[in-house]
Design a protein around this ligand. Structure first.
Ligand code: GDP
Length: 488
């Protein structure tokens, strides 16, 4: 059917200004060239340098990915000689050194889907900067039927079974960057190193963000990492990447926006869910409002209070009409056709959309604005490593990204992904104040960029604690999570 889509000046621009490669089969991933038509046009300029860097990365990936001879050689060397040095590897290269061997960055899943999407994105940017090939090492349920392949003619999934680095990776892993540095051993030449970039990382692991350590890592063929964080701002703190990052992102506040739209295309199953939701609820609306309601254990608040806060925010900021009278005034003369606002509430809990629906149902559609409220799912609780849960969560992040106005819960990576894909600064619900709704119910976020919750806060030169939010001009503490930092 024909559903009215967001206005796009040039709907034929299915490649999003060169962000996407034209080299894909359309049917294997229906969303890839279609999702852009459902969203507001990006107002964030894309640099030609980023476009060419992506094409260059795609060639490298094709050359080095599973299935390619270079990959078979690299994995064989890793399996055969766990103690071999990377330099020794080169000498043994049966190709006689004809082709430069490939370097890899292996992503390890951790935490919820929002965190994962952000850590994959940060890993991808790091791979682009360091000429590594990004591979995802998910186990069953982590990645099944969720994302399309982002790189033409190859895969980003690390084949299960043949990768010799197994077992739980964590702060105690012997081969971790932090533990290796703590032992005083050089990183260069290790067959593999594990970078622990999870929120609980310690000082030595934080040195990942130091220039000298980055220099050493150039001579490590396999770098495995785990992160539950959007560590992109950390990469902007490393002097050796500064120039290239400035060329890739002359405007630094849209890194996730571009890379997220480039990397994360929902599988046909997820796209089916998204287009169903859109067709049933959003398609015929004049304005689409997405509200993401996340309740965190560490920030307890009652449903009554949080609901009150959401109503106060949406009324105060004119996102939703306050009363019938106000809505009529807003609509001006009565002959104007009623404007239809569709509100998608995305939450694990059903209460918020139920109450909002009642509110607008009671006040009727007689006002100048008709408000309809819906919620695609309310699952009650969060589960990890469950294919269907991931699919639903991803579908809802995408639906939110089709909104004209987004309201999110601060600190939620789920919300960060939605706002980033939408390219919209969200209205962020302020965290509770001692268990109660705060006086200011929400604020317009200063940037669309996600917050890096646990930056290194390490001064590489002084080898001492530092403040990552005061090192460079365009990285500041986050409004929603003051210990974190974000690009502005
Ligand atoms: P964060 O914890 O808010 O930073 O977001 P994450 O996405 O990392 O983790 C929360 C997980 O809980 C999601 O991945 C989902 O599995 C689930 N979840 C949380 N909120 C929602 C929601 O509104 N809808 C759905 N479908 N799942 C949710």
């Amino acid at each position: 059917g024909t559903v009215p889509l967001a206005t796009v000046p040039d709907p034929s621009d299915r490649l999003l200004g060169g962000l996407l490669s034209p080299d894909f089969d359309d049917r294997s991933c229906l969303s890839r060239y279609r999702a852009g038509r459902y969203r507001r046009t990006s107002t964030h300029a894309l640099s030609p340098h980023l476009v060419s860097a992506l094409r260059r990365y795609e060639s490298l990936h094709r050359l080095c990915a599973p299935g390619a001879p270079a990959y078979a050689r690299a994995i064989e060397r890793l399996r055969a000689s766990p103690n071999a040095t990377a330099a020794g590897d080169n000498a043994d290269d049966p190709s006689g050194g004809a082709a430069a061997p490939c370097d890899y960055l292996v992503w390890t899943p951790d935490a919820g889907l929002g965190n994962r999407i952000l850590s994959i994105t940060a890993g991808f940017l790091y791979a682009v900067l360091t000429d590594r090939v990004l591979l995802l090492n998910g186990s069953r349920g982590d990645l099944d039927d969720l994302f399309c392949e982002p790189f033409p003619g190859s895969t980003w999934i690390l084949p299960q079974g043949e990768f010799p680095v197994r077992g739980k990776l964590g702060i105690d892993t012997f081969q971790s960057l932090g533990n290796t540095l703590a032992r005083g051993e050089p990183l260069a030449g290790k067959p593999w190193v594990y970078a622990h970039l999870v929120h609980n990382y310690l000082t030595q692991d934080r040195r990942f963000f130091c220039d000298d350590v980055q220099g050493e890592l150039r001579r490590v063929r396999w770098l495995v990492f785990k992160a539950d964080n959007y560590f992109v701002p950390g990469l902007f703190l490393i002097p050796r990447y500064e120039r290239e990052l400035a060329r890739l992102f002359p405007r630094r506040d849209a890194v996730f926006h571009h890379l997220g739209r480039y990397l994360f295309h929902p599988s046909n199953t997820v796209w089916g869910m998204v287009t169903r939701y859109h067709g049933s609820y959003f398609a015929r609306a004049d304005e689409r409002v997405g509200i993401q309601v996340r309740m965190f254990k560490w920030a307890p608040i009652s449903i009554d209070d949080f609901y009150g806060q959401i109503v106060k925010c949406t009324h105060r900021e004119n996102i939703l009409p306050a009363t019938v009278a106000a809505a009529s005034r807003a609509a001006g003369n009565t002959s104007t056709a009623a404007k239809h606002k569709a509100v998608a509430v995305v939450s694990l809990h059903g209460e918020y959309s139920d109450r909002l629906r009642d509110l607008y149902h009671e006040h009727g559609n007689a006002a100048g604005e008709a408000v309809s409220v819906f919620q695609p799912t309310h699952l009650g609780a969060q589960h990890f490593g469950d294919t269907q849960q991931n699919q639903k969560a991803f579908a809802e992040m995408l639906l939110l990204s089709f909104s004209d106005v987004v309201v999110t819960t601060g600190v939620s990576t789920f919300g960060y992904v939605s706002q980033g894909l939408a390219g919209l600064r969200p209205w962020v619900l302020t965290p509770p104040d001692h268990g109660k709704a705060p006086d200011t119910p929400c604020r317009l976020a200063p940037t669309i960029e996600p917050c890096f919750h646990r930056p290194p806060h390490y001064n590489c030169r002084a080898k001492a604690r530092g403040d990552s939010g005061r090192t460079v001009q365009y990285i500041r503490h986050c409004q929603d999570f003051p210990d974190g930092v974000q690009l502005l």
